[in-house]
Design a protein around this ligand. Structure first.
Ligand code: T4K
Length: 412
């Protein structure tokens, strides 16, 4: 491991600092120069001057939204980049989820995971659907296919799995179950931008997949989302739904919504496509560095994707019972050192007030999701994360692993 820099150097030293011996940061990055906290993620942003011509184009044309030229271009280029054929842009991932459920006319109960961002289940409630929570696999942290069939009732119409952290779900097994029971499958692929399995894009599975292009995601358009459809007809229907149900100036065929992405977001997306491969490379390098630094740390389990092409969207670790600090103590220790890691996904969705009354929300039925939720920490990972800062994060975790143990856990 390379030389690390004491965290004090992340904070601007006052005049007459008692640390004159501290060497200057190796890389003069903003995060090291200022007393800025280190967040779980920071958005990838291209140089501002590269975006100005796109804005000028919008100003010249006066088309701000409603399937404008940038929207059409970005939709086509994004589909091409992702290796899918039928993609509809949305204003955000949540609107994409809401619309996907409408498009497939889902009713009754939907089997889903409690181990996700709350938007996954909220999209069901907004469609007056009942989430039925099924436990996750303890290794993949995705919906456990072995537990799905037991949760199917005559009211079940769909399965809504999440490729959590961008790790592919057990897509073949889930499809086989859906086929046996006549269920639709909608993938919440909010984390899975660019992820591929042996056959290509992970987004080709199921009846529909949705993406998030939010600021915190691997690929962002500030806010944004997309639905990936299996055929042109489904895409057309979704395009109508996201535009109030209009098919032409005077005809409305469905109670649609306004889910459209604006020209500014679409133009930004076009520019972002020029930078995404470099961003993914940086994530890969940083993730490998975490693996090198943390793989041997006692009590820490790394949650790794087995995808053919990964996106390294997050770097989750599980803090085990044999780690000297509790998860909460490690989280607090990192925070006090200026490292704002996040406990994605804690609390479980099923424990929020609007869900906890459901029979399927009983933690006794969700032991693996509960255990993961109570032990996970997502460490900062984003393309511009300075190497010395990452080394310091690794050092903090590794040092905690060696500290005088049981007492620290008890005290936390
Ligand atoms: N399904 C799944 C599985 C999802 O994870 C999500 C979203 C959705 C559906 C819905 O998609 P969208 O409708 O959002 O497109 C964040 C995001 O807001 C959310 O998009 C994401 N999942 C979720 C996992 O994470 P928060 O509440 O943790 O965000 P926030 O504001 O605390 O941001 C985290 C850190 O990122 C901040 O501490 C600093 C940094 N940050 C954030 C923003 C927004 C920046 O540096 N710049 C920024 O602009 O939910």
């Amino acid at each position: 491991m390379s030389t690390t820099i004491p965290l004090q150097t992340l904070v601007a030293a006052p005049a007459g600092s008692p640390h004159p011996q501290v060497p200057p940061p190796v890389e003069a990055t903003p995060a090291l120069q200022a007393s800025e906290p280190v967040y779980v993620t920071r958005p990838s942003l291209p140089p501002l001057e590269e975006f100005l011509p796109y804005l000028e184009g919008i100003w010249e044309q006066g088309i701000l939204t409603n399937n404008g030229p940038y929207h059409r271009q970005f939709e086509a280029r994004l589909a091409e980049y992702l290796g899918v054929q039928h993609l509809s842009l949305f204003a955000n991932g949540t609107l994409a989820l809401l619309t996907a459920l409408q498009a497939l006319r889902i009713t009754g109960e939907v089997i889903t995971t409690p181990y996700s961002f709350v938007a996954t289940s909220h999209a069901l409630l907004w469609n007056r659907l009942e989430p039925v929570f099924v436990d996750v696999d303890p290794v993949t942290l995705n919906l456990d296919p072995a537990r799905i069939e037991a949760a199917i009732t005559p009211r079940t119409t769909a399965i809504l799995p999440v490729h959590c952290y961008g790790r592919p779900c057990a897509v073949e097994e889930i499809q086989a179950i859906a086929d046996r029971h006549g269920l639709k499958v909608l993938y919440d692929a909010a984390h899975a931008f660019g992820v591929e399995d042996a056959g290509g894009s992970i987004l080709r599975h199921g009846d529909l997949s949705i993406l998030s292009l939010h600021a915190t995601k691997v690929f962002n358009t500030f806010e944004g989302g997309a639905i990936i459809s299996p055929d042109a007809e489904t895409k057309r229907h979704i395009d109508n739904l996201k535009n109030f149900g209009f098919v032409n100036e005077t005809t409305v065929v469905a109670p649609g919504i306004n889910g459209k992405m604006s020209e500014v977001n679409a133009a930004f997306g076009l520019l972002q496509l020029q930078h995404i491969d470099r961003a993914l490379e940086a994530r890969k390098r940083l993730a490998a560095r975490y693996v090198d630094g943390l793989a041997g740390v006692r009590g820490i389990t790394l949650v790794q994707s087995d995808a053919a092409r990964r996106n390294h969207a997050y770097f989750p670790i599980l803090v085990g019972a044999d780690f000297p600090l509790s998860r909460e103590a490690l989280y607090a220790m990192l925070k006090s050192a200026g490292i704002h890691a996040r406990r994605y996904f804690y609390p479980l969705i099923s424990s929020f007030p609007m869900y906890r009354h459901l029979a399927s929300a009983d933690p006794a039925h969700l032991p693996c999701a509960t255990a993961a939720s109570e032990s996970v920490i997502c460490l900062p990972l984003y393309p511009d994360l300075p190497t010395p800062v990452q080394d310091r994060i690794i050092e903090l975790v590794a040092t905690a692993a060696m500290c005088g143990a049981g007492d620290a856990r008890d005290a936390a």
